[in-house]
Design a protein around this ligand. Structure first.
Ligand code: ZN
Length: 314
């Protein structure tokens, strides 16, 4: 039995040149300073807002309670998944992340596989995902030099509700017009391959080493599981979508798991209650961390949509 209680985390707003100065209606956040592009929901700097660990950072909580918080996911020694919301107003640079093997060859604990769930998308929203089949590494290098890499990228339209899997080694870029919930392995390893001639620093050798011409990246169809749907179940993470009616949610959503899990409130509002902690609310665009081995009772105030996120070693 875990002695830890579930806790809600405060989001952490990160400045990015491609973001927005006004995040309404997603968050009541406006700034006259640098635009905000990413809202980190499980960053190590995020602060717990409820429970006995309130006021402490996720990094400190994870360090203090590694085993009881993470359970089966404790081996890595840090919080296993980084969950963010992305607000791109302009297109992001073209990037690639190494896989575990390559990251470890360079002395880092792990690479970065990620996925994007489209919370919203405008009509022309798109992402670049992978390289046009038949393209050679030589052509990629030449196109980076000539600032014409766009022609070798596979562009994919994005619609609300799409789940897009981006395995390590996939050359990718996010265009404007979508709001994405990103789940990724906890890793900083990002190599900028191309920036459309905007002049930011490129990591050409590292990105050419990490890039694979063929990957498994692409849209993932949801699998109906009765009262919820499985959005993705892949190496490193699984995500489920639970539409809830007003009242008590199905017990399965609140059941204890062997590893830490997270609930993100995509719409509506829920309350969490259970043995050993005070009932608290989770509102739209907030995230709650549920320690391993901890059960909770979930009730929806009206209709709501909960995205359950958990680490997964397939
Ligand atoms: Zn990425």
């Amino acid at each position: 039995m875990s002695s830890m209680a579930p806790f809600r985390l405060a989001p952490y707003f990160r400045t990015r040149p491609w973001g927005f100065r006004d995040l309404r209606p997603w968050y009541d956040y406006q700034t006259t300073g640098e635009p905000i592009g990413e809202v980190w929901l499980t960053g190590e700097m995020c602060i717990a807002e409820t429970g006995p660990c309130a006021g402490h950072s996720l990094k400190a909580i994870t360090a203090e309670h590694t085993q009881e918080l993470l359970g089966k996911a404790a081996a890595a020694g840090e919080f296993p998944l980084l969950v963010k919301m992305l607000f791109p107003k302009e297109k992001l640079s073209v990037q690639v992340h190494p896989n575990d093997e390559l990251a470890q060859k360079h002395g880092f604990p792990r690479g970065k596989t990620e996925c994007w769930y489209a919370l919203d998308a405008e009509k022309d929203a798109s992402v670049a995902l992978g390289i046009v089949p038949g393209t050679t590494p030589g052509q990629i290098r030449a196109a980076i030099e000539d600032e014409t890499l766009e022609k070798y990228l596979e562009w994919l339209p994005v619609h609300q509700g799409d789940m897009i899997y981006v395995d390590a080694g996939t050359v990718h870029a996010i265009g404007p017009g979508a709001v994405l919930l990103e789940t990724q392995q906890t890793s900083d390893l990002t190599y900028r391959m191309y920036d459309y001639g905007r002049g930011r620093e490129l990591h050409i050798e590292a990105s050419m080493e990490a890039a694979r011409m063929t990957t498994r990246a692409g849209k993932v169809e949801p699998v109906d599981a009765g009262d919820h749907s499985v959005l993705i179940r892949e190496d490193y993470f699984e995500m489920e979508r639970w539409p809830l009616a007003a009242g008590v949610a199905p017990a399965e959503l609140g059941k204890a798991a062997a590893s830490v899990q997270m609930l993100f409130c995509a719409s509506g509002e829920i309350t969490l209650s259970g043995a050993g902690f005070d009932t608290f609310e989770v509102k739209r665009n907030q995230l709650v961390v549920i320690p391993a081995g901890t059960a909770s009772k979930i009730a929806s105030t009206g209709t709501s949509v909960i995205i359950r996120i958990a680490p997964c070693a397939v």
